[in-house]
Design a protein around this ligand. Structure first.
Ligand SMILES: [Zn+2]
Length: 390
């Protein structure tokens, strides 16, 4: 009996069940920290697999953890299941399904092969702007885990994802209100300060390193058209290839705001509201995942450094333990990608579910190898230690 073959057979046998769970999560999209139905469905399925499930871990109502296996190293398989206001346009129902199937595959061999280590099925809420994984790291939920993995749907197939670091910045301007026709000279416009900030940021972005991003919205542009705006507010999201450089971009945005405040006779308060770290892709794990994926018929090369990419709180996980976050294709280029309305349908398609089952197998076999091959785990940990220092 070979472990890989057994894992894949068990995952195939589990298909109907996991597609039903993933579909139901898709049909009932829940926003960050409100994923009660999804957490119920996933934990019920885990219990049916014979796992003991702990709910509400890390102080998060919709987080959960279940573990099984024997003595040895520990690998965590992470599920995300939050949606966006336009539904499951990021396909997190497939992330949850892939993680659940991988766990089902590994659980099925735990008895027969005496799993040489532990598997943790971790339910991580609020990836979309809530940073659930960061809260869980801070609360110690991930202590004792040797390596972590999850896979994310997109329009391409990669064994790595060069996700960017982020910093969220809120800017609050305060000026002086005055009648906009009768006595504008008595006022100072907090709206002029916001507009000037956006102009300065646009002038500055040419000077940023390739791959950086700054995008902003005005969340409060004034109180009435015939009053010089006294209070305004805007949000910026700065992104860069490393957390350190992203902090530098954020500092430049704040400098633009301070200059705008000085020019308009207003004052500004800058509030840094957190962010995600860049993703350090563990290549020892990623190459093994890619080898299994290729044996299943799909090539998933290492992503080039300059591909368009987003950000994820899995980045923060990758700074505290070796981690992978491969991308799997559920649409073709141009047919819709993450966060677009068109992606919602892809996340509930036969193509999507086929890909979900395939990556579940590749992840489960990679997790098994990490437990069964001490040399692979040693290489993974050595690489993590070296790259974190650099
Ligand atoms: Zn996502």
């Amino acid at each position: 009996m070979d472990a890989h073959g057994e894992i894949c057979r068990a995952i195939d046998d589990y298909r109907e069940k996991v597609v039903a769970v993933s579909h139901e999560i898709h049909e009932h999209p829940e926003l960050k920290f409100e994923e009660h139905l999804a957490a119920d469905l996933l934990t019920r399925a885990a219990k049916e697999l014979g796992l003991e499930v702990e709910r509400g871990i890390g102080g998060l109502e919709t987080a959960f953890r279940a573990e099984f296996g024997g003595d040895g190293p520990t690998v965590a398989i992470l599920a995300e299941y939050d949606a966006l206001p336009n539904g499951h346009s990021c396909g997190h129902n497939l992330i949850a399904g892939a993680a659940l199937s991988a766990v089902a595959g590994l659980k099925s061999i735990a008895g027969k092969f005496k799993l040489p280590g532990r598997i943790i099925f971790l339910g991580t809420p609020a990836e979309e702007g809530g940073g659930g994984k960061i809260i869980m790291i801070d609360k110690g939920v991930m202590r004792g885990v040797d390596a972590a993995m999850m896979a994310h749907p997109t329009d391409a197939e990669w064994c790595t994802m060069p996700a960017l670091a982020t910093q969220h910045i809120k800017l609050k301007f305060r000026g002086h209100a005055a009648h906009a026709a009768l006595a504008p000279w008595d006022g100072s416009s907090a709206l002029a300060a916001v507009l000037q900030t956006f102009q300065s940021v646009d002038a500055m972005r040419l000077h940023l390193r390739d791959g950086s991003r700054i995008h902003g919205i005005i969340t409060d542009g004034g109180q009435a058209v015939n009053i010089i705006p006294e209070k305004t507010e805007c949000l910026f999201l700065a992104r860069g290839k490393t957390s350190r450089y992203t902090e530098e971009i954020g500092a430049r945005v704040i400098r633009c705001a301070e200059a705008a405040a000085m020019a308009t006779g207003t004052i500004v308060e800058a509030i840094i509201e957190g962010g995600y770290k860049n993703l350090i892709n563990n290549l020892s794990m990623a190459h093994r995942y890619a080898a299994h994926n290729e044996a299943l018929g799909t090539r998933s090369p290492v992503a080039p450094d300059n591909i368009p990419t987003g950000s994820t709180d899995m980045g923060d996980v990758s700074h505290v333990m070796p981690a992978i976050h491969p991308a799997f294709a559920i649409s073709r280029h141009g047919e819709g990608n993450c966060h677009e309305d068109a992606f919602v349908a892809h996340a509930d398609s036969t193509r999507g579910y086929d890909a979900m089952i395939r990556v579940a197998k590749a992840m489960a076999m990679t997790a098994y190898d990490l437990l069964a091959e001490p040399e692979l785990m040693a290489a993974t940990k050595k690489e993590f230690a070296t790259r974190r220092e650099s």
